[in-house]
Design a protein around this ligand. Structure first.
Ligand SMILES: Nc1ncnc2c1ncn2[C@@H]1O[C@H](COP(=O)(O)OP(=O)(O)OP(=O)(O)O)[C@@H](O)[C@H]1O
Ligand SMILES: [Mg+2]
Length: 250
């Protein structure tokens, strides 16, 4: 579903992604872990075109989002094509980013109505089903300010799912939450994983990475230092830096 090859990205003279390559298979759940500033968020943001890459290539579900030009630089297709390709992905951020002036239901139906032109009578039952799935149907007509952080994040997940993405990207979806609210969001994500959603998850939750992810990618200083099956990575990390990181986290 995702093939990224030798992605290079700098902010000014700060090299943030240094030849990062990744493949994500359909139905696979991959956790991206690593210290602060290692480039995890930037990598996700590049995959969904919230940032552009300098070099390398990115394919999403068989479509070329960025291809490497003969001179090494990356080139992008026209904007409508980019939007079509990135429309196959949903993203959930640390700070839920709900629309504060809209109810929970309105938050979920807004993009399907306006971007995908899904009829109201089709999207409303679907939104309600999604709310049921994340356990928040009773909050249908509430405004986000009336919700807990965990509830807001579950609405954000339902909102992303309402666009029927093939791939879900999560950037530390639980790190703004109190520990007692983290569990309910992780449960929703585990359920998605069990339904074979293709997921790329940046997380500090080592328990989630170990139990729910098929594969773990460890990034440090803009590079993938190590990747492997979750069980293997946590049981016997191969690199000194991975071991040091896990030592701190566990
Ligand atoms: N918009 C930006 N402009 C300039 N520099 C940026 C920008 N976004 C990120 N950076 C820099 O890129 C580097 C990687 O940041 P990034 O947010 O990708 O790290 P991260 O691994 O997600 O860290 P964290 O675990 O703290 O979220 C950092 O040095 C950061 O300062
Ligand atoms: Mg980050």
């Amino acid at each position: 579903m995702i093939v990224a090859r030798d992605v290079v990205k700098s902010f000014g003279d700060n090299l943030v992604l240094d030849q990062v390559s990744l493949t994500l298979e359909k139905g696979e759940v991959v956790a991206v872990i690593g210290p602060s500033g290692s480039g995890k968020s930037t990598f996700l943001r590049c995959l969904i075109h919230l940032e552009t890459i300098d070099r390398g290539s990115i394919d999403i579900a068989g479509n070329s989002l960025a291809r490497q030009h003969i001179d090494g630089s990356s080139e992008y297709p026209p904007e409508p094509e980019i939007r079509r390709i990135c429309g196959r992905m949903g993203m959930v951020f640390q700070s839920f980013n709900l629309f504060p002036h809209m109810t929970v239901l309105q938050n979920i139906i807004e993009a399907p109505l306006t971007v995908k032109k899904v009829p109201r009578d089709v999207i409303i039952p679907k939104a309600e089903a999604l709310l049921g799935k994340v356990g928040l149907l009773a909050k249908r007509d509430n405004y986000p300010t009336r919700l807990s952080g965990g509830q807001k994040q579950r609405v954000a997940i339902a909102r992303a799912l309402a666009m029927e993405p093939d791939i879900m990207l999560f950037d530390e979806p639980t790190s703004a939450l109190d520990p007692e609210l983290t569990g309910e969001v992780l449960r929703t994500m585990r359920q998605l994983a069990e339904e074979r959603m293709t997921m790329l998850v940046v997380t500090h939750e080592m328990g989630f990475a170990r139990e729910a992810a098929h594969r773990v990618i460890f990034m440090d200083q803009g590079r993938i230092v190590e990747q492997g099956p979750a069980a293997q990575f946590f049981h016997a990390p191969q690199h000194e830096r991975s071991r040091a990181f896990l030592g701190q986290m566990l």
